[in-house]
Design a protein around this ligand. Sequence first.
Ligand SMILES: NC(=O)c1ccc[n+]([C@@H]2O[C@H](COP(=O)([O-])OP(=O)(O)OC[C@H]3O[C@@H](n4cnc5c(N)ncnc54)[C@H](OP(=O)(O)O)[C@@H]3O)[C@@H](O)[C@H]2O)c1
Length: 428
Amino acid sequence: MRKLNIAIIGLGNIGSYLFKYLNDNKKILTEKNNCLPIIKYVGVKNLKKKRNIKINKSQLLKNYLDATKKKDVDLIIELIGGAEGAAKKLVFNALKNKKHVVTANKALIAKYGDQLAKIAEKNKVNLEFEASVCGGVPIIRSLKESLIANKISRIYGILNGTSNYILSTMDKQNNSFKEVLLNAKKLGYAESNPSADLDGDDVSSKLKILSSLCFNSFLNNNIYVEGIKDIDKLDIDNANKLGYKIKLLGFAEHFKNKIYQRVHPTLIKKDSYVASIDGVLNAVIVDGKPVGQSIIQGEGAGPAATTSALVSDISSILRGNIKFPFSLSNKERKKLNFENIDDRSFSAYLRFEVLDKPGVLSNITNIFSKNKVSIKRLIQDPDKNRKSSSIIIITHNSKNKFLKKILNEVSKKNYLKKKPKLIRIDNI
Ligand SMILES: NC(=O)c1ccc[n+]([C@@H]2O[C@H](COP(=O)([O-])OP(=O)(O)OC[C@H]3O[C@@H](n4cnc5c(N)ncnc54)[C@H](OP(=O)(O)O)[C@@H]3O)[C@@H](O)[C@H]2O)c1
């Protein structure tokens, strides 16, 4: 029987669940892959920490980096996290020393994936990262294998469970962003520092990885990123009245012969498929030829779903397939030009909280016409007590740079009471 010696480095939320899973499911994994997985070593930061898993003394490495030098290690599973520091050192050294690597680390792959893939290819070892994008949603293996026949024109979806939980809970309950975020932390759906989730950075890392796989390109940092921090309950209620839901979406797309990557809150029709994805769920939609549209939905995070993805990668290595990390050789990957979204056109929702006084509305509509943005719908909602008015404008398709110009111009007016809002609309 063939054997594969494994070192798991990082035994936190994910690593400890995987450790237990591999021990409990050794027999079935061996039968399915015709190879026996053996956890030879584990590595952590704090050697004295009490853990809820049973580790043999001989398994525990004094220094996690020793795993990269040991002759009796074939595969290193990196579950430390972060683009720099210990995780970076471990993965670079592992690949240089001809060890296969499985990682769940989207930050590391989004930043150093190209360099790492080059070393893996040169040394003929695997670098697998299914768990780095949307936990249990098997999108990476689908792109690399099941959808290999396709020319992909667009990939998009809900790639962050925390922000989807916040937006869908604000929609269902009469609670503010702050209240819902606090509850999300209590329920374990948001980290104590949730900024990467709320700023869109988490989606950005995942989208960069997906778009390079879809378009056979190197990773590209030209990506527009906007998170959900500025969305308030009033925007969600307004969206509902207008027949929309607000979702944080990531898009990588070919549009009129140009390629764009963008992450931002988006108004989408209430009856669209994506609008029905609530809570911490993720959903990824791929448009390709000849397949048409393909959708994968599931748990985007958490130890159980992430372990499902990790075991898929481990199994691929157990079966002995050496593959290019990004589906094709570095020599064949392209340096594509990803465009800035300034010249991309969107229909948009704009909201202005203004003093309720004569001339304000006409001043705003003049700014729109000066920037050649035509108005599809305008709703004015005055609040006599507060002497203020909420002006909501839905535009026809207009270039992003003109929409931004309008925001900047109105922002300078002294009749404005709050920072104005711009949420793009997508007809998905
Ligand atoms: N949590 C999720 O739902 C989820 C989902 C998908 C992907 N991921 C990814 O999975 C990875 C692990 O996440 P996690 O939630 O399991 O993190 P975690 O609970 O913080 O665990 C991190 C582990 O890394 C170890 N570690 C930290 N610094 C180290 C160092 N300098 N040397 C050696 N070991 C070190 C820690 O050791 P000690 O135990 O001694 O402190 C701990 O065991 C991250 O890349 C994350 O982005 C997580």
